[in-house]
Design a protein around this ligand. Structure first.
Ligand SMILES: Cc1cc2nc3c(=O)[nH]c(=O)nc-3n(C[C@H](O)[C@H](O)[C@H](O)COP(=O)(O)O)c2cc1C
Length: 356
């Protein structure tokens, strides 16, 4: 059996089109729509409490009886970042003044790593697939998921990271290129050395050669040509994020949608300002003023805290200048169409692969 057939069987899907999970930018209906169209819908859980995850996973299940994935972050606890947050808040003070913000920022983590509590709940929810970003969970948790028959997949941004997640139990790996929108799944390399990040075209074939599991290509796939290119590089599936943001099911803010519709190939940059980790988004005023990769941004995920009231006030005033406008470099290729249509359109790029 070739790797694509192996992947389709493993994930129990018809089309090798994977909707990348997009925490804070999508709702269960997007995941369900992609699964119903024959691809893999993924529900991001990093910004959800265990209770919210149970509700949203239930919503996906009520909308589709097909296979879907729950997706989690595996970042390390940042420890006490109060001092970093105070320094960052001082830097933001002029903007607070400009927008008349008097509200104190929230404290605590806005994004949770996968732990025993999430694992317990996932075992009860029994999704077909669990996905991890920023590495893999503790071996005991991986074992519990797999013993329960849940397929475990993960993401890497270098050959070394992709090999590592496979060694730690991932049954398929998403190779995420530099061009991809949202957070880079970096967990081994130096995440501040942005110049060393690998592009999709270089990464995918090198990962295909280095691992013995199916590889899903991510980063700038937004139409059937991109899907065909991913397969030509040896990928077994295309993993698409930003293009799905333009579907009506994505539930992004009107401001984010407008920014995506106006985006060009060179509109985005990697930035650590919004959460503390590098992620790709449309360049806005905060990124221009502070420099997109600022070492003073508090440790992930807590850079989001000092920004939160400012972001809310600016958005209320109609400005996306303090909001993360996540996107990849190819979003301008995407059209505003339904998630089902987009999935079918993307699938036109899948070559007819003969079974071995
Ligand atoms: C708005 C947005 C949010 C994202 N959030 C997540 C996430 O929560 N978990 C994750 O594994 N990947 C996340 N990603 C990355 C995607 O899974 C995927 O790697 C990326 O979108 C692929 O590149 P593309 O945007 O060019 O298609 C996000 C991407 C975007 C655009």
């Amino acid at each position: 059996m070739n790797q694509t057939d192996r992947l389709l069987k493993m994930l129990d899907i018809e089309l090798p089109i994977i909707q990348g999970p997009m925490a804070g930018n999508m709702k269960p209906d997007l995941a369900a729509a992609v699964s119903n169209a024959g691809g893999l819908g993924m529900l991001p859980c990093a910004t959800l409490s265990v209770g919210q995850m149970i509700v949203e996973a239930g919503q996906v299940r009520s909308l589709t009886n097909r296979s879907f994935a729950l997706s989690f972050f595996c970042h390390a606890d940042p420890g006490d970042t109060a001092a970093q947050e105070r320094v960052w808040l001082e830097k933001l003070a002029p903007y607070y003044k400009e927008f008349g913000v008097t509200q104190a920022p929230p404290t605590g983590a806005a994004r949770n790593p996968f732990d025993e509590k999430y694992c317990e709940a996932v075992l009860k929810l029994a999704p077909k697939i669990a996905h991890f970003h920023f590495g893999m969970p503790k071996p005991a948790l991986v074992r519990r998921l797999k013993d329960a028959g849940i397929v475990v997949i993960s993401t890497g941004t270098t050959v070394e990271e992709c090999k590592r997640v496979v060694e730690e139990g991932a049954e398929a790996v998403c190779a995420q290129g530099f061009e991809a929108g949202g957070h880079r799944g970096i967990f081994l390399s130096n995440d501040t050395d942005i110049a060393q990040q690998v592009g999709t075209m270089a990464l995918v074939p090198q990962v295909v050669d280095a691992v013995n599991v199916p590889v899903m290509a991510a980063g700038c796939i937004a139409d059937a040509r991109g899907v065909a290119a991913a397969f030509a590089l040896g990928a077994s599936a295309a993993w698409v994020g930003s293009a799905y943001l333009l579907t009506p099911e994505s539930k992004i803010s009107p401001m984010h949608r407008e920014a995506l519709k106006n985006a060009r190939d060179d509109s985005s940059a990697l930035t650590s300002l919004f959460t503390g980790r590098p992620a790709r988004g449309i360049v806005n005023r905060l990124m221009r003023d502070m420099g997109p990769m600022n070492p003073q941004a508090p440790t992930f995920p807590n850079a989001a805290n000092p920004l939160a009231p400012l972001r809310a006030a600016a958005e209320k005033a109609g400005s996306g200048d303090f909001s993360p406008l996540w996107t990849g470099q190819a979003v301008s290729l995407a059209r505003e169409t339904s998630a089902a249509e987009l999935t079918k359109e993307l699938a036109k790029g899948v070559p007819k692969i003969p079974a071995d």
